[in-house]
Design a protein around this ligand. Structure first.
Ligand SMILES: Nc1ncnc2c1ncn2[C@@H]1O[C@H](COP(=O)(O)OP(=O)(O)OP(=O)(O)O)[C@@H](O)[C@H]1O
Length: 695
C-alpha cells in the first residue's frame, strides 16, 4: 500500500476509511456554489441520503416517543429533518420544532442554510438562539436552532418546554456536558409530556447506549388513556449513504511536530492539488497562530509554493466579524486556508473546502477530583472526531483528508469515542444549573453517564463555600439565584457579584471579559525579548489581572487601533472580542442591579473581588523551592505559566484562573493575594485549613 508523507512524495492511490481503494480524481471544479437558485437547492436537498428516508422518519416520530437516527456525516440529518417535520405539520398550532447543537457557530450556520433552503428570512420562520443572541420572532418562528445550553436555560422559564412539539438533539454522540444534562432533563419531561417527541442524532457507536437510556418501556406503562400514544421503546433508524466521497490519506511515519507537518501539507496541497480551500484542525489559538506565522515565513522565503494562500484563523476567542470571514467566497485565484480548533468539527458546511488536514489532536478538559484540578491538555482525538473532521471535506463535492497519523494508529490505537465531558470536568456549573431547575437530588439524577460521586461532592463543597448553596444544598437568595442566572463560569459570576460590594465592578467586568478568551497576547516566535519588553509596558506587580486592566486602558486610549496592538504584541482580534464581551457583561450586570463603578485605582479592592470568586484556586509558594507552588486544596505541585507577568517573580500567595498541563501543571492568569482574604471570602472553606496555611 502506498502512503502519503508530508513534504515528500504523494502516493498514486490511497485507501479510504471503509477499506476500498479509490483513485484520485483531478477534475475538481473551483467554482463556488454559493449562487444557487431555489430550484437548484431543491435538487440538492433531494440528492441527500436522508431524503429517501423522509416517510420512514416521519412514521417513526409519529409512533415513538424517541427516535434515534444514526447516519454518516453529510447525510443531511441536521438541515433536512427539521424541514420534514415542518412540512408534516409538527409546527402547526403555534408549536415549535427545536434542533440543538453543541456549538454556537454550528447553530448560526445551519439555521442560515435552512432559512435559505426554505426561502425565508432568518429570524422569521426559521430562527436561532445562542448565548447573548436571539434571532427568533415569537409566534412566527417555528423551526428553531439553538445550543443545548440555551435550551436548558429555557427550562428555567418553562420547565416542560411546552412550546416545542419535537426536539432534535443533534450530535448527541459528542457527549458535551450540556448535551448530557439535556438528555437527562428531556427524559424527565417526556414522563410529564407524552406528546413530546425526541429525535436523537447519534453516531453508530453511541446508538445502543442512547437506546438503553431512553428505553423506559419496561419500567413504565404507557400514559393513562393513551392506548394510541407513542411507543415508549425508542426506534433506531440507520440512514445509509453519505455525501460526496472523501479520500483519506495517512502519513507513513508518525510526525514529530504536527504544526510543521500541517504547514508542509498546506504547501504540498497548494503546489500539487487543483483549486479548493483547505480546512486544518489544530488544538488552540497558540497552535493556530504559530502555523500562520510559519506560513508567512514560508511566503517570505519561497513565494512560489505559497502563492495565493489566504490563511484564516478560527477559534472561539475571535471577534464575530473575524469568524464570519470563513464563510465569505474565496476570491478567484486564491485558496483559503482555515486554521481551526474543533469548533469547526461538527455540523458545519464550508462550501469551498475540498481538503481537510487533521493534526489528530485537540485541547481537552481533564478533571481530577482528588487534586481538584481541571486542566486543559492537548490529547489525541477519537475515531468519532476523526470521522467528523474528514466529513468537513466532501460536503458539496468530493474531497480529501490528510491525517497526520498513521493508518495503523487510526485502526489499532485511536479510541473509538471520547470520554463524555461530564466524566472529565469540574461539575460546579452543572450542579448550579440543576439546582436552578429545582432538581435537588443531584446524585440520584438519571444521567446518560453518571459523573463520579467524588467530583459531585467536590462541586457541592465549592458551591457551599461560594455561598451559592446553603446548608440544605439549596440555592441561596439572592447570591445563588443570581449566579444561576448569569450565563458564565460561576467563579467569574461570583467575582462580579463581589465587585459590586467592593465598588470595583467597572474593573472586574473588564477582567471577566479578558478571562473569557484564551489570550490577548500574540504568540511571537523568535522575538521573545521584544515581546517581553512590550509586556513590561503594561505589567503590574500584582499580576495578570491588573496587567489586563492596563492593556485594556491602553487599547481604549489608542482608539482601538490595530497598529497599536501590533506594536505591543497584542492580538487585535482578541482585543475587539474583549470589547464585545465586556458590552454583553455590562448589560447582564445591569439586569442584576449591578451599577458600573470604578474603584479609581484601589487595586486591593480588585484583587479582593478576584479572590472572592477564585479562592478555591489559591496556592502558596513552597519555601526555597525556586518556583514550586502547592495548591491549598489538594497540595498539588503547580508552577506559574511562562506567559504570566509573574513568571519568575514567584510571589508568596496567588490565585489562578486555570491550569494548563504539559510536562508540568502551569497556572494561567495569576494574581497575588493576601492570604487573610481567603478566610474572609470563604470562611468555611478555609476554616480547617487555617493551621496548615500559617497565615
Ligand atoms: N451552507 C451550505 N452550503 C451549501 N451546502 C450545504 C450547506 N449546508 C449544508 N449543505 C449541504 O447539505 C449537506 C448536509 O448537511 P447537514 O448538516 O444536514 O448534514 P448532517 O448529516 O447533519 O452532517 P453532520 O453530522 O456532519 O452535521 C452538506 O453535506 C451539504 O452538501
Amino acid at each position: 500500500m502506498a502512503f502519503w508523507k508530508p513534504g515528500t512524495e504523494k502516493p498514486s492511490f490511497v485507501e479510504d476509511e471503509e477499506g476500498g481503494i479509490v483513485l484520485m480524481s483531478n477534475n475538481l471544479s473551483s467554482s463556488s456554489s454559493s449562487s444557487y437558485g431555489y430550484a437548484n437547492i431543491e435538487k440538492q436537498r433531494q440528492r441527500l441520503p436522508v431524503y429517501k428516508y423522509m416517510t420512514e422518519i416521519l412514521y417513526l416520530v409519529e409512533n415513538h416517543a424517541t427516535t434515534i437516527i444514526v447516519g454518516e456525516t453529510g447525510s443531511g440529518k441536521t438541515t433536512q429533518i427539521p424541514q420534514f417535520l415542518k412540512e408534516a405539520g409538527w409546527a402547526e398550532g403555534g408549536r415549535v420544532i427545536a434542533c440543538t447543537q453543541p456549538r454556537r457557530l454550528a447553530v448560526q450556520s445551519v439555521s442560515a442554510r435552512v432559512a435559505e433552503e426554505m426561502g425565508v428570512k432568518l429570524g422569521d420562520e426559521v430562527g436561532y438562539t445562542i448565548r447573548f443572541e436571539d434571532h427568533t420572532t415569537s409566534g412566527v418562528t417555528s423551526v428553531k436552532f439553538l445550543t443545548d445550553g440555551v435550551l436548558i436555560r429555557e427550562m428555567m422559564e418553562d420547565p416542560l418546554l411546552t412550546k416545542y412539539s419535537v426536539i432534535m438533539v443533534d450530535e448527541a454522540h459528542e457527549r458535551s456536558i450540556s448535551t448530557d444534562i439535556l438528555l437527562g432533563l428531556l427524559k424527565k419531561i417526556q414522563r410529564r409530556r407524552p406528546e413530546l417527541r425526541l429525535i436523537i442524532s447519534s453516531a453508530t457507536i453511541e446508538a445502543k447506549a442512547m437506546f438503553n437510556f431512553f428505553n423506559t418501556s419496561k419500567k413504565r406503562q404507557a400514559p393513562e388513556g393513551s392506548t394510541q400514544g407513542p411507543k415508549l421503546e425508542p426506534a433506531i433508524l440507520s440512514v445509509e449513504g453519505r455525501g460526496f466521497s472523501v479520500k483519506i490519506h495517512y502519513v507513513e511515519e508518525p510526525v514529530s511536530d504536527y504544526i510543521r507537518s500541517v504547514v508542509s501539507t498546506i504547501l504540498l496541497i497548494n503546489e500539487r492539488e487543483p483549486p479548493g480551500d483547505v480546512l486544518v484542525f489544530l488544538t488552540g489559538q497558540d497552535d493556530i497562530e504559530t502555523a500562520i506565522k510559519l506560513l508567512a515565513e514560508e511566503a517570505h522565503s519561497n513565494q512560489k509554493n505559497s502563492s495565493g494562500l489566504l490563511p484564516l484563523p478560527l477559534y472561539s476567542g475571535l471577534s464575530r466579524a473575524e469568524q464570519e470571514l470563513i464563510f465569505t467566497p474565496t476570491p478567484r485565484g486564491k485558496r483559503k486556508v482555515i486554521l481551526s480548533t474543533n469548533i469547526a468539527e461538527t455540523s458545519l458546511t464550508l462550501e469551498g473546502v475540498v481538503y481537510v488536514i487533521d493534526s489528530g489532536f485537540s485541547k481537552q478538559k481533564f478533571y481530577n477530583p482528588i487534586s481538584d484540578i481541571e486542566s486543559l491538555v492537548v490529547a489525541p482525538i477519537s475515531k468519532a472526531s476523526a470521522r467528523q473532521r474528514s466529513g468537513r471535506a466532501g460536503r458539496v463535492r468530493p474531497g480529501k483528508c490528510y491525517r497526520l497519523y498513521t493508518e495503523d494508529y487510526f485502526l489499532k490505537q485511536m479510541p473509538g469515542e471520547g470520554i463524555p465531558e461530564m466524566q472529565r470536568s469540574n461539575l460546579v456549573s452543572t450542579v448550579i444549573q440543576l439546582k436552578a431547575l429545582g432538581i435537588d437530588n443531584i446524585l440520584g439524577f438519571d444521567w446518560p453517564s453518571p459523573p463520579s460521586p467524588q467530583a459531585m461532592i467536590r462541586a457541592l463543597e465549592v458551591l457551599y463555600s461560594l455561598q451559592i448553596l446553603d446548608d440544605d444544598a439549596k440555592l441561596t437568595s439572592p447570591t445563588g439565584f443570581q449566579v444561576a442566572e448569569l450565563p458564565l463560569d460561576p467563579m467569574i459570576s461570583k467575582m462580579i457579584l463581589a465587585s459590586n460590594e467592593l465598588g470595583c465592578s467597572d474593573e472586574i467586568i473588564t477582567i471577566a471579559a479578558v478571562l473569557s478568551i484564551q489570550s490577548v497576547w500574540v504568540i511571537a516566535r523568535g522575538v521573545q525579548k521584544e515581546q517581553d519588553e512590550a509586556k513590561l509596558r503594561f505589567a503590574a506587580a500584582e499580576g495578570d489581572h491588573i496587567t489586563f486592566l492596563n492593556v485594556y486602558k491602553g487599547f481604549l486610549e489608542s482608539k482601538k487601533s490595530s497598529q497599536w496592538c501590533y506594536k505591543n504584541f497584542l492580538n487585535y482580534q482578541s482585543m475587539k472580542k474583549v470589547v464585545e464581551i465586556r458590552d454583553q457583561l455590562k448589560r447582564i450586570a445591569r439586569r442584576l442591579g449591578i451599577t458600573l463603578k470604578s474603584c479609581e485605582g484601589d487595586i486591593d479592592a480588585v484583587r479582593k473581588a478576584v479572590t472572592a470568586g477564585f479562592f478555591a484556586n489559591a496556592c502558596r509558594l513552597e519555601p526555597h523551592s525556586n518556583g514550586v507552588f502547592k495548591t491549598i486544596r489538594g497540595s498539588e505541585e503547580v508552577y506559574i505559566h511562562p506567559s504570566s507577568v509573574l513568571f519568575r517573580v514567584n510571589p508568596k500567595w496567588v490565585v489562578y484562573q486555570s491550569i494548563v498541563s504539559t510536562e508540568r501543571q502551569y497556572m494561567r492568569n495569576v494574581v497575588t493575594i493576601n492570604p487573610s482574604w481567603l478566610t474572609e471570602a470563604a470562611p468555611h472553606f478555609y476554616q480547617n485549613r487555617q493551621n496548615n496555611m500559617s497565615l
